[in-house]
Design a protein around this ligand. Structure first.
Ligand SMILES: [Fe+2]
Length: 264
């Protein structure tokens, strides 16, 4: 899977539209400032560093987040239609949580989490275009997301904190304290964490299927391309790359990102 520079720009614009439409002041302004400040990084980030996971290609992060927002809104309708108590949280909390659930993947203020792979063997043989940046101290993705938001003065509600913190559901053992309890008073008071988890699960599963099912069907050509470093190593048609619409993409300061863009 690879996105053109135009698709990356369109996805970014769509993400900003969700903030404009669903997030209220005063935090809307702060959120837009934050996203603008880190737009270079966020726009081109992959959603993971390995193809075995999902959306490990330039622009994959935003593409994933958009799908999680869309799935969250659809899941909300489904849950509401089946009788969920929709007075326990609001749509802004739903969109804010989906928008920022994986924000911790961007790294810290100074360093990106995922940087271009420097080991040529791993690129060629394993198709790994990215690797973890060891300069970034370890933190779970939800913890870093919440840290980044609070350190930029973007407040979040208790419901949003819980949803972002537990968005991996029981795939993260640490979430058991919130999600595994037989005492009614200790269960989450809203369905928001479950909706976000289902939306994230749905999005990442679909992204996995898109990347891997054609290869797993045994088509030799697909298997070959699975090992190929096709997300960063090949050059699709870039004739539209520097159109006025992609102005933001052409003004990157980061050398790493420029290299990635050159390879798009
Ligand atoms: Fe996610």
């Amino acid at each position: 899977m690879k996105l053109t520079a135009e698709q990356i720009q369109e996805n970014w614009d769509e993400l900003m539209e969700y903030i404009e439409k669903y997030i209220s002041e005063p935090r809307k302004e702060k959120l837009l400032e934050f996203y603008e400040q880190y737009s270079e990084r966020l726009m081109l980030m992959p959603a993971s560093h390995k193809k075995e996971y999902y959306n490990a290609f330039p622009g994959g992060y935003v593409e994933h987040v958009l799908r999680v927002i869309r799935c969250s809104l659809k899941q909300y309708d489904l849950w509401a239609s089946e009788g969920m108590d929709d007075s326990t949280f609001n749509i802004e909390e739903l969109v804010f949580s989906a928008l920022n659930h994986d924000l911790g993947k961007m790294g810290n203020e100074e360093e990106e989490s995922y940087i271009p792979q420097t080991d040529q063997w791993r690129k060629d043989k394993l198709g790994e275009d990215y690797m973890f940046n060891e300069k970034v101290p370890f933190s779970s993705v939800p913890d870093r997301a919440l840290y980044l938001l609070q350190s930029h003065g973007i407040f979040y509600t208790f419901n949003e904190m819980l949803a972002i913190q537990t968005h991996d559901g029981l795939y993260d053992e640490g979430n058991k304290k919130y999600l595994v309890s037989f005492i009614p008073g200790q269960k989450p008071r809203t369905s928001l964490p479950y909706i976000l988890h289902q939306a994230d699960l749905m999005a990442s599963r679909i992204e996995f299927e898109r990347e891997w099912l054609p290869k797993l069907k045994g088509d030799k050509k697909s298997l070959e391309s699975g090992k190929e470093n096709f997300t960063l190593g090949t050059k699709p048609n870039t004739s539209k790359k520097l159109s006025t619409k992609t102005k933001a993409l052409s003004s990157f300061k980061s050398d790493g990102l420029k290299n990635m863009l050159d390879n798009l």
